[in-house]
Design a protein around this ligand. Structure first.
Ligand code: HAX
Length: 437
């Protein structure tokens, strides 16, 4: 058994027993109550699942295994240029322990060894029409790689359910290792005349991804490490995480579950917002031929709202403050590209947008989320094809949702099956009960 798998087993297997016992002793404990509005409006605020890897606080933002983003900046191993290695956060999410530099290197080496993508995946991608959205291609490629699922093949042969986590571990490691190669293939096929770049096994996961995309600038590699680290996980209820968990609860393997999660990430209210922000900011710049004034920014925002559209990159279903993932990118931009025209527009939006959204009287969180910033940083380094941005997000998000899925298998989480009701059922319930004051 490899060292990383061993470290996971050492944590997860005793925890599986502990959770079983906990549910036996406290299963009848009442967690809370919820309202008709919550059921109709996306189950916000209802606790409905357990996710071990991270927890989102509305005011403070995300904590990965208890650590905030600023805390992790000093605690996780770093690559050249000073940004954290995504390998480190993978290990933290997987085991709950901070990795040493040697452990992060071990994850890097494992992923380099496991990164082979079967030819039929590329053949399938080559057959798609050029205008197929990169996220559709990404999801299809992940599904096509399901031929390699160790879990699916072990399940077919027959295995005890207490052993499900073992082949799932192999799938998770292999899949994360393969994603940058697949993502880079889609990018180079679509935008760089099918001129592909071989991986460099000496590079860490993030730097190698940047290299395969065609960006060998050290600062871009640094940003890629930061980007891939901060997008990994956002507790269990967001669309990509919840979908991966839900599909996985039917014992669908990691490939099928992740592809489903990626289809959710591809929605404009979730991960596709990264692309929408970039498009919207370029529109704003082009309309006013450069950095607009505050009044022009306000005008553009009002116009978007009056057309019944959302301001991409602003708002959140849980957060009620500026996203710390936004701040991490803002700090990077201040350090490396303070004079960039698009960064100036992003800063201006930060000053103008929240007041306008507050004034609508309905937006619960007027502050920017992670997607409000990423695009202009990528553009600065030459990755200008914004339709591709959500694929980068997905490559990172895979780390969080797949480590969670592995925990689901180790803890023996059963199939998910919440109840649903009709409006008629709701009306009967309401007319037969006294409303709570
Ligand atoms: N612009 C305009 N209106 C907005 C808004 C925004 N940025 N954010 C919320 N609203 C509106 C909602 O559309 C809703 O309007 P109606 O009552 O007319 O339907 C109202 O304000 C209340 O919504 P909410 O409770 O504040 O927000 P939700 O929890 O329903 O939705 C969203 C959260 C993130 C989907 C929402 O804020 C939004 O659409 N933002 C823009 C898209 C975006 O940036 N998405 C990325 C979010 C982060 C993420 O997942 N990244 O991957």
């Amino acid at each position: 058994m490899d060292k990383i798998k061993e470290a996971f087993a050492k944590k997860a297997l005793p925890m599986a027993k502990e959770v079983k016992q906990f549910v036996k002793e406290h299963g009848d404990h009442v967690l809370g109550s919820y309202t008709v509005a919550q059921v109709y409006q996306g189950m916000k605020g209802m606790v409905g699942m357990v996710t071990e890897t991270s927890k989102l606080d509305p005011e403070e933002g995300i904590r990965f295994r208890g650590y905030s983003i600023p805390e992790l900046r000093t605690k996780l191993p770093r690559g050249p240029g000073g940004e954290n290695l995504p390998e480190g956060i993978f290990y933290l999410l997987l085991t709950g322990d901070l990795p040493t530099e040697e452990t992060a290197r071990e994850v890097s080496n494992q992923w380099a060894r496991r990164s082979h993508v079967p030819k039929h995946v590329f053949d399938m991608l080559d057959m798609l029409p050029r205008h197929t959205h990169p996220m559709t291609q990404f999801s299809m490629a992940i599904t096509a790689m399901q031929t390699e699922s160790v879990f699916a093949s072990a399940y077919r042969k027959g295995m005890h359910k207490k052993d499900h986590w073992e082949p799932m571990y192999e799938d998770v490691m292999n899949l994360v290792a393969r994603l940058p190669r697949v993502a880079a293939y889609i990018y180079r096929k679509n935008y760089k005349d099918n001129n592909h770049i071989e991986p460099d096994p000496k590079l860490d996961w993030g730097a190698n991804f940047s290299h395969m995309l065609g960006f060998d600038h050290e600062e871009m590699k640094s940003f890629m490490r930061l980007y891939l680290t901060i997008h990994v996980d956002h507790e269990g209820g967001n669309v990509s995480a919840h979908t991966t968990h839900l599909v996985g609860s039917a014992l669908s393997d990691a490939y099928l579950s992740l592809a489903a999660g990626m289809n959710g990430l591809a929605g404009p209210l979730h991960g596709l917002a990264a692309q929408e922000v970039a498009r919207w900011i370029l529109e704003l710049r082009d309309q006013y031929k450069g950095v607009p004034t505050r009044d022009q920014v306000a005008e553009h925002i009002q116009k978007t709202l009056s057309e019944g559209k959302v301001i991409p990159g602003y708002g959140h279903a849980v957060l009620r403050k500026t996203d710390p993932r936004y701040i991490a990118q803002q700090e990077f931009a201040k350090k490396h590209l303070a004079n960039d025209e698009l960064f100036k527009i992003v800063q201006l939006l930060y000053e103008v947008t929240p007041e306008i959204l507050k004034a609508t009287g309905k937006v619960k969180n007027p502050w920017p989320n992670v997607d409000a910033h990423s695009g202009i940083l990528l553009m600065h380094y030459g990755l200008v094809e914004y339709d591709f941005y959500t694929v980068l997000f997905g490559t990172s998000r895979a780390i969080g949702v797949l480590t969670s899925l592995l925990w689901d298998r180790a803890l023996g989480v059963p199939i998910e099956r919440p109840g649903s009701v009709t409006t008629e059922w709701m009306k009967n319930l309401v007319s037969n009960s006294t409303p709570v004051a």
